[in-house]
Design a protein around this ligand. Sequence first.
Ligand code: MG
Length: 409
Amino acid sequence: MQYSRRHFIKTSAALATGLSVASLPAGVNAGQKGMKPSSSGNSLSSLLPAGGKTGGKAGGKAPSAKMKLSWKAYDLALKHTFTISGFSRKSTPVVLTKIECDGVTGYGEASLPPYLGETQASVIEFLKKVDLSRFSTPMHMEDILTYVDNIAINNSAAKASVDIALHDLVGKMIGAPWHNMYGLDKTEVPDTTFTIGIDNDEVVKEKTREALGDFNILKVKVGGPDDKRMIKAIRSVTDLPLAVDANQGWKERGEALDMIHWLKEEGIVMVEQPMPKLKLDDIAWLTEESPLPIFADESVQRLSDLHRLKGVFSGINIKLMKCTGMREAWKMRNLAEALGMKVMMGCMTETSCAISAAAQLYSGMDFADLDGALLIANDCFEGATLQNGKIIASDLPGIGVVPKKETAI
Ligand code: MG
């Protein structure tokens, strides 16, 4: 009887999170026949909500405990004024979220760069509509996140803040980091780019020198009259590979192709969003002619965008804040690969909370742009870290983060 109940809990929880039991990490399988259940540590039965430990019977309902969602507005202070094609700013508003359930807390985040249209007020208004008490267990992630997605259209960063917190909570309850549950080697990740914003030559050279040693690839914001000057300034300091992001800045496809040929000679390895997001015919022509891979950023938001972008771009830039979080990012990654497209993982200016969530699922991708937490002076989480030019997730369960003590979340 004891075995049956534990076996049911283990199996139902694993199925609910899309896992095979065999894929769970060592400590999670403590309920196997002939093994003593551990009273502490990270065995699944010890981590499940109270109802799962004390109630129910074989074949009964899944463990039940109510989830509580809460949030806090927070402003990220940027280390340097950030300039991209058309915008300049010194801070980024975010909303930090948490979902508590049976003594376990999952953390999430919505990052809100002003040009994307969401605000702290709109996120909080959305979160007030989210009623997680209607669900009996956080393990039913597909049901919960489908419900959240259907509350309102858009609000993708607000939805991501719930998605990330739920993933963190469920990973902690199971006792495993998500990169293990996805079956990924967290160290087999592409180097992260470090972004050099548009600025005068002296500032560009200084920022480039600061990045040397820590990064193996830099990203340059282009898309205007300063493009060649910026690249030459960086090339006077380093021969590191460079990615460029035009942020829709090139308006004419012939000029864009000329520029891409010039960039290829300068050691650039990829181009992000060369032209306005709706100019798909021009971009398809450019991708066909280009000697460098062309990635969609502004042209792609969610899973449903992918089919129309096949044959238009070489690859897509997946960002949790655009696509509503980890659940959809994982689906996008898999669909893009099935369509024969390249994939990169990107980010906004974010704390280590959202960056650590992204770090769970980008092993094996072609490029990464996960420098968001490195650009801020008041990161309120510890989690994924920069190691030899790569952002590497921690081994902690869930998304692998710990809030810093000085920050009450
Ligand atoms: Mg971009």
